[in-house]
Design a binder for this molecule. Structure first.
Ligand code: NAD
Length: 447
């Protein structure tokens, strides 16, 4: 790939036409949830992990758009150079603290809430320490990358009485809200089984394999890092807990599956012939990575053919739910187009959803819905996504956290339990792949 189309997230451009969305009727995840705007004093926020997500999705919007409601009081990262770039990029004078001075940051800047946006495998450490030091936590997904981290988080949340929010922005996409709404109308009756098939296109998909995500020890694999979004959506849509998981997975495209490889794109002798050559010098956030490389050796333009890649690029998962729904899930990360095929097979008919991005043919709507009754009509309609990152979902999530607060009776903001259950499906799937056996979710943690 000669262009710089390293799309790490979806960025839809069309306006929403989701006029039909009705209020959702789920209970709050925790009765004690205290929305920021209901207090007179501005909430103080510290951020740990000043990479792309921390800077672009949280710190910068806080400083530029939510400054009347929340203050960014401190930033922290293990890489001082990356953090220094980020401080300037964010446009903040909030003091910087190295990761080794996390406690010092909390003591000196006195945040109410810590936002955790580090590499996945380090979330737990900061979530627990922040709560021990008296802060609530807003953590990026996946909440954890292994089950023991999950148990320690459950215990710490109980011990400290502090509160964790998991930032499942995928719940806030127009199509996600519409699925929830349709299922709650009961028009199709009881859900008996469901399907969720995720296609990551060759650009977006490859981007995971040139970054830390390609190694399970950092990301827990795409079954945890990426699919935790999808498992959470399914848990939320179905209003039930996953209980049993069976999975298969392999590295079928990236990693060892090529005749040549290099250390990273910049230094590669195959840069003229490799379709996956990615030029970090033209990357949007090159300052975050190139300038910080000398500190931690992290190569943002790693080789997608690295033989050490152990994150599966092709996987299938079956999940059984407490309410007896059976889910069939798959993810492939090397597709010619991006999107999802989702369906619910219900007592009275079937709900089909297709989502598209970067497809090489014309579509009228980003999201296509079809409701077909067993002994009746079939009706189809389209939805568009909203402006902004992740189809406007990031804005909706941030507004809910920093401006409006979660509406009473609306379960769209996820707490620690939802965060853990989503991670645990992926963790159980990895175990199932590694052991060749079905895995029970029940035994992984005790809530
Ligand atoms: N919800 C979403 O749509 C979404 C999208 C992208 C990323 N994310 C999540 O955001 C998080 C960050 O992802 P990213 O793409 O910004 O990655 P990134 O590599 O750009 O940033 C990670 C940052 O964490 C820092 N870091 C690593 N180890 C650390 C440690 N031990 N202590 C302190 N800092 C440490 C790194 O130096 C880096 O600045 C991940 O958990 C990812 O899953 C969520």
């Amino acid at each position: 790939m000669k262009n710089n189309n390293d799309v790490g997230r979806r960025n839809f451009i069309k306006k929403t036409c989701l006029a039909a969305a009705a209020p959702l009727l789920m209970p709050l995840p925790r009765a004690s949830w205290q929305p920021f705007p209901f207090t007179k004093v501005k909430k103080r926020i510290a951020l740990v992990g000043t990479g792309t997500r921390g800077s672009n999705a949280w710190a910068k919007p806080i400083v530029q758009r939510y400054q009347d409601h929340v203050d960014l009081v401190g930033i922290c990262d293990s890489n001082n150079k990356r953090m220094a770039f980020a401080q300037n990029y964010i446009g903040t004078k909030a003091p910087m603290y190295n990761a080794s001075d996390f406690d010092k940051m909390i003591k000196e800047t006195k945040p109410d809430t810590v936002i955790v946006t580090t590499t996945d495998c380090f979330h737990e450490k900061y979530i627990i320490r922040a709560m021990e030091l008296g802060c609530d936590v807003i953590s990026e997904k996946p909440l954890v990358t292994d089950a023991s981290q999950g148990q320690r988080i459950i215990d710490a949340e109980k011990r400290t009485g502090k509160q964790i929010t998991t930032t499942f922005n995928a719940r806030f996409g127009n199509e996600s809200e519409e699925i929830k709404r349709i299922l709650e109308t009961g028009e199709l009756g009881r859900v008996i089984s469901a399907e969720y098939h995720e296609f990551l296109d060759i650009h977006h998909g490859a981007s995971y394999f040139r970054r830390w995500h390609g190694k399970k020890k950092f990301s827990g694999s795409l079954l945890v890092h990426k699919a935790s979004h999808h498992f959470d959506q399914m848990n939320w849509w179905l209003g039930s807990d996953p209980i049993m998981v069976n999975a298969f997975g392999k590295v079928g495209y990236y990693g060892k599956n090529n005749a040549f490889r290099g250390k990273n794109c910049r230094t590669c002798s195959f840069k003229d012939s490799c379709e996956f050559y990615w030029d970090i010098n033209t990357a949007r956030d090159k300052g975050l990575y190139l300038e910080g490389e000398s500190e931690d050796g992290y190569l943002r333009d790693g080789c997608v053919w690295d033989e050490a890649i152990d994150t599966y690029d092709s996987m299938t998962v079956e999940v059984k739910y407490a309410n007896d729904v059976l889910l069939s899930y798959s993810l492939n990360a090397f597709m010619p187009y991006e999107g999802q095929r989702i369906a619910f097979n219900c007592e009275k008919g079937r709900l089909d959803i297709r989502t598209y991005q970067n497809q090489p043919w014309e579509v009228t709507d980003s999201y296509e819905f079809r409701i077909t009754k067993n002994f009746g009509e079939s009706r189809a309609y389209g939805l568009s996504s909203a402006d902004g990152d992740h189809g406007g979902a990031d804005d909706k999530l941030r507004n809910k956290l920093f401006l409006t607060g979660p509406t009473e009776g609306n379960g769209q903001i996820a707490g620690s339990r939802s965060g853990l259950l989503a991670s645990l499906v992926g963790i159980a799937a990895v175990r199932s792949i590694e052991t060749g056996k079905q895995q029970s979710i029940d035994g992984l943690v005790t809530f």
